[in-house]
Design a protein around this ligand. Structure first.
Ligand code: GCW
Length: 678
């Protein structure tokens, strides 16, 4: 086996099927590459790597009569240009892959408006060979639907990673700017291959030190590595930085000196890194400083920073993850309450970054009501790729299925079909800025993500940021084929396994709309009993409300009425438990233990049945995996085996702990299928 975990989905193992390999070789025997810019050089290197691996040939770039042409549209001969679709079919980052057959000559064309688009086209072209597709059928016009496709690293300057389960931060700040690690280059390749075009290098719980001149030099070195790959660097901005650096006594966003301080800071950064992306800010959230400290609003804070970066085309991503310990309001309502009144008030270069759900990256949450509530503000989606609440380093969970579910949800704000995907890609409002962020699961682990299947979540995030309407199934199939093998005896059962893995984790952790019942602080493992915490909204009892009368959080008008933050269509459906989808039942309703479910069984029975099903689904995953040995690198096979054993053990622990805990209130016997617990 030559599958190398470090190489992620960019496996360029030799194509075994000789007929396919020979056909490809004849189709790409002479290459014209119409650029020798830094991006042109990385294109050349990638082609070399791919051809040496897949086809075992040294690509020829000096051809007079090329059959593979890689050049921006302005560099193509008119006769070839005519064979391509109209340039309006793609945007500045898009590309064409086209097979043309004229007279006796056949040609493959990779073309685009910009070199960045060309690079994306080349990665897709290589992928076509990884997938063993017929190159003579190629006719693809593709463009990203979202502009800012970013990873968010929650990486600290001491290289610890908040909620990171894959080793330490890959940013070796101590040895930068002098030492450029190969990992930085391979990180850029991997991201560019899926269209990611920006990375926020530092934790949202941020450290002002990164804004100091010494760190700007380190940042500059990384920016130079990433630039040819079309990746911009961004930082998190600590709101109190003007004070912490010792320069000022206040960070009040309306203070003239503070404004000037940030302008100067932006000028200083841009002088070194002209394509610096901008800042991501977590303000007045979980103890972070922010404009509220000075009686100012989120708009005041965001707009002040936006002004500082605007002359350089920078952007501000202002997070809406806010909930206050002083407020008695249901935590699920608070971000909406605070941000909706600001709709339309942010400057043009501000994106409000909203987590997919209103609580916090749970195995399942309804979509965040803000997505349907700020038509005049660009909203950026924030997904979490690292599995903070989904078993961290040990559980196989294919997250694109979760992301897809959120993106497909209908907000109804402009009638039926107003999906979250269409809100964030700007289709429904012509928003000037669009974006999607994923909290990275990357670290110093030799395979980048710790769990071998964590790679699929990084890959899938990139695919959905490029096009939020991509199906999780397509993503699963592509990733499996590119990472392991295209054999259908592997790809078909494994696709099924991946797609089911998300529902499994929901079943054995938080079925039927339960949420935030994890162990305190680290969030790994069950903790429905958690009640003594510094804040009530950090406990579990706050969320499940299990008592003698039943279980669940009443978010209808008889309870917190969080439901009123959604469109009337959703309110109507979800205000009645009989029309609420089972998957959100206990998110919106508090119901008696003997409440009769759609299945005809009691709620208590269904809770048990879901926990049991989750455990059985993990057993099913193990069975499938056992049959995959012949297709997988032995180390990856064994590692995944062992991790699945841990996952099964933990799934049973979740089932047992939650059912025993809830039973003290329900006083009902477990159904027979629940194994005896001692
Ligand atoms: O729920 C919390 C996480 C924190 C994280 C925070 C956030 C970066 O537990 O670790 O802090 O979300 O998203 O800001």
């Amino acid at each position: 086996f030559s599958q190398k975990p470090y190489d992620l989905w960019l496996q360029y193992d030799k194509i075994e099927d000789q007929a396919i390999g020979d056909t490809y070789k004849s189709q790409v025997s002479n290459i014209y590459l119409g650029t020798n810019s830094p991006t042109g050089i990385v294109i050349k290197e990638e082609i070399e790597k791919a051809f040496k691996g897949l086809l075992e040939i040294e690509p020829k770039f000096d051809a007079k009569t090329p059959n593979l042409i890689i050049a921006t549209l302005d560099k193509l001969d008119a006769s070839i240009r005519e064979e391509l679709p109209d340039s309006s079919k793609i945007n500045d980052e898009g590309y064409f892959l086209q097979y043309i057959s004229e007279k006796e000559e056949n040609k493959l064309i990779i073309s685009s408006k910009t070199e960045k688009g060309l690079l994306y086209g080349v990665f897709n072209f290589i992928k076509q060979m990884q997938l063993r597709n017929d190159l003579s059928k190629l006719s693809i016009s593709d463009s990203p639907k979202i502009q800012k496709r970013l990873l968010n690293h929650w990486d600290n300057l001491d290289r610890s990673v908040e909620r990171g389960y894959s080793g330490f931060s890959i940013w070796d700040w101590y040895l930068l700017p002098e030492l450029i690690k190969q990992e930085y280059i391979d990180y850029a390749r991997a991201n560019a291959s899926i269209g990611i075009n920006g990375t926020v290098l530092t934790n949202v719980n941020s450290n002002a030190l990164v804004l100091s001149p010494r760190y700007i030099q380190k940042l500059k070195a990384l920016a130079e590595v990433f630039r040819p790959y079309g990746i911009q660097v961004y930082l998190t901005a600590r709101f109190s930085a003007p004070i912490e650096t010792g320069d000022l006594e206040t960070a009040d966003p309306l203070n003239a000196e503070v404004k000037q301080w940030w302008k100067n800071k932006a000028d200083e950064i841009y002088a070194e890194i002209p394509d610096f992306g901008g800042f991501l800010v977590k303000a007045n959230s979980e103890g972070q400083p922010g404009p509220n400290n000075y009686g100012r609003s989120h708009v005041d804070g965001a707009n002040m920073l936006a002004e500082a970066v605007a002359p350089h085309n920078g952007i501000i991503m202002w997070r809406a993850f806010v909930y206050s310990e002083e407020k008695p309001e249901d935590r699920a309502k608070q971000a909406y309450s605070e941000f909706k009144p600001f709709d339309g008030k942010f400057k043009d270069n501000v994106l409000v970054q909203v987590k997919n759900g209103a609580i916090d990256f749970q195995p399942r949450e309804p979509f965040h009501p803000l997505f349907g509530a700020m038509p005049n503000t660009p909203l950026m989606m924030e997904f979490q790729i690292t599995q903070e609440y989904l078993g961290g380093m040990s559980h196989l969970v294919f997250l694109p299925k979760l992301f897809e579910e959120v993106l497909e949800e209908d907000t109804y704000t402009q009638g039926k079909g107003s999906t979250v995907a269409k809100i964030i890609d700007g289709q429904l409002s012509n928003k000037k800025l669009t974006g999607m962020a994923g909290v990275a699961n990357i670290g110093t682990a030799k395979n980048w993500t710790g769990h071998p299947f964590g790679q699929a979540n990084w890959y899938g995030f990139g695919r959905l940021a490029w096009n939020p309407e991509t199906s999780a199934k397509t993503i699963a199939q592509d990733w499996l084929k590119m990472t392991f093998t295209d054999k259908s005896d592997f790809v078909d059962p494994m696709t099924k396994l991946l797609l089911e893995s998300r529902e499994a984790v929901v079943n054995y952790m938080t079925p039927l709309g339960l949420h935030h019942i994890m162990a305190a602080n680290h969030h790994q493992g069950p903790g429905p009993w958690v009640k003594d915490m510094p804040r009530p909204d950090w406990t579990s009892v706050y969320y499940h409300k299990a008592a003698a009368d039943g279980i669940g959080f009443d978010r209808t008008s008889s309870g917190s009425n969080a439901l009123e933050q959604y469109s009337p269509e959703i309110q109507k459906k979800y205000s009645d438990p009989t029309t609420t989808p089972d998957k959100y039942l206990l998110w919106f309703h508090h119901l008696p233990w003997d409440y009769k479910m759609k299945s005809g069984k009691t709620l208590c029975y269904e809770i048990a049945a879901h926990y049991q099903k989750g455990v059985e689904q993990v057993e099913g995953m193990q069975k499938t995996w056992q049959k995959m040995q012949e297709y997988v690198n032995p180390q990856v096979f064994e590692k995944t085996n062992m991790l699945l054993n841990i996952q099964l053990k933990e799934a049973k622990k979740w089932r047992n702990a939650c059912l025993l805990y809830f039973q003290q209130f329900s006083k009902m016997d477990f159904p027979d299928f629940i194994p005896k617990m001692t």
